[in-house]
Design a protein around this ligand. Sequence first.
Ligand code: LLP
Length: 421
Amino acid sequence: MDYFLYKDGELFAEDVSVREITRAVGTPCYIYSARTLARHYRLFDEALEGTEHLVCYAVKACSNLAVLKLLGDLGAGMDVVSGGEYMRAKAAGVPGDRIVFSGIGKTREEMELVLKGGIRQFNLESEPEMRLLNQVALELGVVAPVTVRVNPDVDAKTHAKIATGKSENKFGIPISRAREVYAEIAKLPGLKVVGIDVHIGSQLTDLAPYKAAYQKVAELTEELRAQGHEITRLDLGGGLGIPYEQNNDRPPLPVEYGAMVKETLGHLDCEIEIEPGRLIAGNAGILVSETIYVKEGEDRKFLILDAAMNDLVRPAMYEAHHDIVPVMEPAPGVEPDRYDIVGPVCESGDTFAKGRDLATMEPGDLVAFRSAGAYGAVMASEYNSRPLIPEVLVQGDQFAVIRARPTYEEMLNRDSIPEWL
Ligand code: LLP
């Protein structure tokens, strides 16, 4: 459920008219709903009630400082995968002991940054990383708390580009090798084991793969404990899917996920960490775009928008579906038109949807891409020298620009021409 609803014939973000926002900031723009973000965070928090837990929001989904501050103030931890994300979490006021550091390619510089700034745990993904972290921690005279991300070889049954839990994927350490790795860590004085980590993929729409992976983690926990390792924390990753097609999709709810977690892992008496990104931010954001032209093709109509694949890459990259709705609600009974909905970028991949039914559009008419809050703005680029688009946060009847659109001048000033040219 989100707070982008029609009122008096037009789309609102909470209590603010989307049209009013676009008049102030222009198009295209991202709009986030604070109430929706908070609601989604609380759904996870409540789903794990009764178990010691920390919901570590996956910063990669939407990393604007205002979004991080809102979630951090509610008590969320953060899952970060780079020095940049760590700095964002800290700048938003989240203390180091609520930040977990994931990712397969952590550099020495990132390890130093995070060890100095404070960290809840590193989720280790390989033996070379483990040895380097030990070295860096010893150099700094600290002990790094760690989990090992295990790869359980489970098929998450999601898009191939976002599945991470099969043995062919680059992530984690094969679960079959985990015992040896934990034995080696126990001998490294710069590291201290705190638990086990697993993350099998994103946009999961079925609980069965999760359950299969978590059962393997439960077995491993008992084995490692029997070998004398202190396993007090289980980081279960993120990945719970969201309904992208409002009228069709019914992915499992956080409360169902939470019940499955308690059933599968509850007996171990571990603190549970989860790393949801998409479910918190996805349906808390829309991308608003204006129609530039309606073009008649040979056998179809093209709706040419001012947003493009550089602003929202998911359709081009994963063939992802986003519901696209008119900002002005069509009058009841009016037949829709059928469009290929495209952006102005010079490649055919810059297509958001083919043969999509939508109210009749004219130049100047606004549309909203739903479910664009996660992996939207964060994956944007300036391809075709299109400036990054603004982000706006709404709360109740107020809104604020939380990232401004750069001017052409600002964009050009980031380059420099060497003197000798
Ligand atoms: N934890 C780890 C270690 C991850 O790699 C990810 C996502 C998450 C948590 C959060 O997963 P979520 O709850 O958001 O599904 N750009 C793609 C999604 C990439 C996900 C990468 N890892 C997309 O637009 O669908």
